[in-house]
Design a protein around this ligand. Structure first.
Ligand SMILES: [Zn+2]
Length: 124
């Protein structure tokens, strides 16, 4: 069972919130990516299955394609962070359920890099 990060946590910034979630997710063998966000307002984080499958080194092009298509099932795991009036960021678990196993070897996952400004702009 994959455990979600603790809910009702407060963070000094959006980056702190994302970093916390990412670190927690990695310790359980999965990764998160930004689904939707608006600067200084909110951010939705989703489970990143795509990155997991694309980084399995033993996949051929054929199996990689098939593995990627399974992503269409869509993992329901979702977190929601929003900026409060006191300018702290509040984390809420929207859906703590995963529909897949945790990755046994998640090192080298692209999401292990801190989400930088360029990535944030791309997803907005
Ligand atoms: Zn998941």
């Amino acid at each position: 069972m994959l455990s979600p990060p603790p809910s009702d946590s407060h963070f000094e910034s959006r980056d702190d919130l994302i970093q916390h979630v990412q670190t927690h997710a990695f310790s359980y063998g999965y990764a998160v990516s930004i689904k939707r966000s608006e600067r200084n307002k909110f951010v939705y984080l989703q489970c990143d299955r795509d990155g997991y499958y694309n980084n399995r080194l033993n996949l051929t092009d054929d199996t990689r394609q098939r593995a990627t298509s399974t992503r269409l099932i869509g993992c329901p795991f979702e977190l929601y962070g929003r900026k409060m009036k006191d300018s702290k960021w509040h984390l809420t678990i929207k859906n703590e359920n995963h529909n897949h196993e945790a990755s046994k070897n998640i090192s080298g996952h692209p999401s292990s890099r801190r989400l930088n400004e360029k990535d944030q702009q791309r997803v907005q």
